[in-house]
Design a binder for this molecule. Structure first.
Ligand SMILES: Nc1nc2c(c(=O)[nH]1)N[C@H]1C(S)=C(S)[C@@H](COP(=O)(O)O)O[C@H]1N2
Ligand SMILES: [Mo]
Length: 512
């Protein structure tokens, strides 16, 4: 390797050390203050809707991992350039490192819920990075001996060996800091420990037992109840917010006769209800899997609002998460008789951290982006004319009633299946309205009725099945649903932006 390449390597090693040290300190200060997390968070907030849509469509719920990897690649590139520059002109290279550290610090300080200490991880990391870069460059073959006396230069071992040793030591230090940060992070997960220790109270009103026959029985179809660890996750939080239930408070204020504040203990002691509700994401494409069905336990939001007494001119509730995300929910959807909940339980467990522990909103009939605020800490009763939510500011709609949808789960796309009787199966949903019919079409044939599985409630999805006499050849299967308003799911293809996709789901299969 030539000295230029080694200088580039020095830059990359210095950057790795910076990030690892900053990560380690962030565990002590605040996980959200780690530079990658803070800059990534700022990036997510600034992402234009088409790019966000592309990211979700391409990487699905791995969009965060994809972002972190892309950021690391970019930083490694910039750091390599900084190393090469610093070899000839120290200030240039050092300047780049400093700018990166300052970007990290500013991003961390600008995050919602940031404390004054938020700048510390990036700044200390940057300082360590500078020192590392300086040491490595001084050991490059042919480098001028740093300061000291001229005579000592030769025995200073300014050769490949000396550089290699320093590089290995640096890599080891960076790796140790990174691993240490992980271990320390795990050891200090007091929030997760509190979550595990939490016993959910007995519901005041239990969810009705699921009727027999809610599953279509088609092998390979999605389960009717989505297990918590298989439930889709969509949010803007690069690091999952760690919220202490004991100090959690929810403020209800704005256009109300009486402001109020409740604690987690208040919720545990309230009359909680259970409800089966299917949650869906506005970013779900036709046939997509950004939907899940769970049994939620929580306090009807209508009861809180009844205590706060919204004034007559209010028409919206702006809910805010501890990480700054906001959603605008029609006041009517939170005061009518649907089970709009301030939820603490999901499928008989405390909410998992990624799904909003300790408290989130669940509102049947509305896409998550306008209703399902996780880690919720504030409800402001207001008006659509006066306030805008997170995604509305980014090109999405201010309201988001869920559109009637259906999908084919079995057979999968491009499946090869034997001729004869084949069970086709899938799920349809139209929360708040309910599904009354599902039809299947083979190629350009007539629509034929599918068999509906039993409905659990109008707020849950409904499974269906269809027995098909498959004949050899390439076939296209298409599905459409009808909701209880007699509206048949449209074939017109509409994009997810601004208020949800429409169109019918098709799969192509080969019958052999
Ligand atoms: N705090 C917070 N809550 C949020 C979001 C978010 O980005 N931040 N995303 C919303 C969106 S777009 C959806 S679809 C649902 C998804 O909930 P889940 O991740 O539990 O499935 O959460 C909603 N609540
Ligand atoms: Mo969403």
């Amino acid at each position: 390797m030539g000295p230029r390449l080694l200088a580039a390597l020095s830059g990359v090693l210095a950057a790795a050390t910076t990030l690892a040290v900053a990560q380690f300190i962030a565990v002590l200060v605040s996980p959200q203050a780690a530079p990658l997390i803070a800059v990534g968070g700022a990036f997510i907030d600034a992402t234009p809707p088409p790019l966000k849509d592309f990211a979700i469509a391409t990487f699905g719920t791995n969009d965060k991992l994809a972002l972190l990897i892309s950021m690391s690649v970019v930083i490694a590139g910039v750091a390599a350039v900084a190393g090469v520059l610093a070899r000839r002109r120290w200030v240039l290279g050092a300047g780049i490192v400093l700018v990166l550290a300052i970007i990290g610090a500013v991003a961390a300080a600008a995050r919602p819920s940031a404390s004054a200490l938020a700048v510390v991880p990036s700044l200390v990391g940057g300082a360590v990075g500078l020192i590392v870069l300086r040491i490595l460059l001084s050991r490059l073959p042919g480098a001028r001996a740093p300061q000291l006396s001229e005579e000592r230069a030769p025995e200073h071992g300014l050769g490949r060996r000396s550089f290699l040793t320093a590089a290995l030591v640096t890599a080891a230090v960076a790796a140790a800091a990174g691993v240490g940060a992980q271990l320390l992070g795990a050891a200090t997960q007091t929030v997760e420990a509190a979550r595990r220790a939490l016993r959910l109270p007995t519901p005041f009103r239990k969810a009705p037992a699921l009727p027999a026959g809610v599953e279509s029985g088609v092998a390979g179809a999605e389960p009717f109840v989505t297990p918590n660890d298989g439930f889709y996750r969509i949010d803007t939080a690069l690091a999952v917010p760690q919220v202490d239930a004991a100090s959690w408070r929810l403020r209800v204020h704005g256009l109300v006769e009486e402001e109020l504040e409740i604690s987690f203990q208040d919720l545990l002691e309230a009359d909680l209800v259970e409800s089966w509700v299917t949650l869906t994401c506005v970013s779900n494409v036709v046939g997509g899997d950004l939907a899940g069905n769970a049994k939620w336990l929580g306090l009807p939001i209508r009861e809180l609002l009844a205590r706060a007494r919204p004034t007559a001119d209010a028409d919206m509730v702006l809910s805010t998460s501890i990480d700054g995300f906001t959603a605008s929910t029609p006041l009517a959807a939170l005061t009518d008789d649907r089970d709009a909940l301030l939820a603490i339980g999901m499928n008989d467990e405390p909410l998992p951290a990624v799904h909003g522990y300790p408290v989130r909103m669940v509102v049947p009939g509305l896409y998550g982006f306008v209703s399902a605020t996780k880690w919720v800490v504030d409800l402001e009763v207001t008006r659509y004319a006066d306030a805008r939510a997170y995604w509305t500011d980014r090109g999405w709609s201010e309201r988001g009633p869920i559109k009637t949808a259906s999908r084919i789960e079995v057979p999968g796309p491009f499946a090869r299946i034997p001729a004869g009787q084949v069970a086709i199966g899938g799920t349809a949903w139209a929360q708040q309205r309910g599904i009354t019919a599902v039809e299947v079409r083979v190629d350009n044939g007539d629509w034929a009725p599918a068999t509906l599985a039993t409905e659990a409630s109008v707020d849950t999805w409904r499974q269906w099945s269809f027995l098909w006499d498959a004949t050899p050849g390439l076939h296209q299967l298409t599905v459409r649903a009808t909701d209880a308003t007699d509206e048949v799911q449209t074939a017109e293809r509409v994009d997810t932006v601004p208020d949800g996709a429409t169109g019918q789901h098709s799969v192509s299969v080969t019958v052999e």
